[in-house]
Design a protein around this ligand. Structure first.
Ligand code: 5GP
Length: 235
């Protein structure tokens, strides 16, 4: 497999074409942004941690029957993946009130939800990823009803699998964002699953172990990413 030209550069990752038309290389960067790109910075070695954490979760989810874009890890920062036609919808699952949910509904951060909440956001930086529902997705032809139903089902399954696993590592899965895409007509989980895209809290101390440390200038950002990796890989 040979890496060819860059197809796309995002805020935290690059996607590179390969000599295989249906495979891409996803390269994880240390660049960090928040608040729709208004806050910019670097988290040392973030790309390395996020690749390892994502690869670990993708392999775990594949074993549980969730199709993911992950093929193999090529290096510290490069992951070989199936090329997806990305559905322009972010799927967020929430177990505990935090972030934009706490703000929107006037909830105190940390309040547990009686059932997991699933939300959709339109993936559009210029618009600040506005929240949407099934009607918007259908009206704007973002994905078929069947694809949306599969994304919902997979997202809730991912929540169950990761919540149970992380509990054993003394980490609470507060909320997370997933992205999906189509490959040869089938729905796959894409993007990454990392402290950039999830809220992880220490079960005992409730200390934040995710990108909120960067967003809110809490310090010890790199250490938090390293700790998540250490805990999930530990026995
Ligand atoms: P909130 O809506 O509270 O900002 O985010 C909910 C969850 O989804 C958090 O775990 C957050 O990290 C993740 N999330 C939502 N939108 C984005 C996004 O555009 N980029 C990243 N990296 N994570 C997101």
């Amino acid at each position: 497999m040979e890496i060819r030209t860059q197809m796309y550069e995002g805020k935290a990752k690059q996607v590179l074409a390969t000599d295989q038309p249906d495979q891409v290389v996803v390269r994880f960067k240390d660049a960090a942004t928040a608040f729709d790109g208004k806050k910019k910075g670097t988290i040392a070695n973030k790309g390395v941690y996020n690749l390892k954490i994502s690869a670990f979760f993708f392999r775990m989810l594949e074993k549980e029957g969730i199709p993911t874009h992950y093929i193999e890890t090529l290096s510290d920062r490069d992951l070989l993946a199936r090329k997806l036609d990305i559905v322009p919808v972010e799927v967020v699952v929430r177990n505990i009130a935090a972030g934009s949910l706490a703000k929107r509904l006037g909830l105190e951060e940390g309040v547990p939800m009686a059932i997991p909440i699933l939300e959709f956001y339109y993936k559009d930086d210029a618009l600040g990823d506005p929240m949407i529902n099934h009607y918007h997705i259908r009206a704007m032809n973002m994905a078929s009803d069947e694809v949306v139903a599969e994304m919902e089902q997979y997202a809730l399954q991912v929540n169950d699998i990761l919540t149970r696993f992380l509990q054993t590592k003394h980490i609470q899965l507060v909320d997370f964002k997933l992205e999906f895409g189509l490959h040869q007509g089938k729905v796959y989980l894409g993007d990454e699953i990392s402290p950039d895209t999830c809220r992880f809290w220490d079960t005992e101390t409730r200390e934040k172990m995710d990108k909120d440390r960067f967003r809110r200038d809490l310090g010890k950002v790199e250490e938090a990413y390293a700790e998540v990796l250490k805990r999930i890989e530990g026995e």
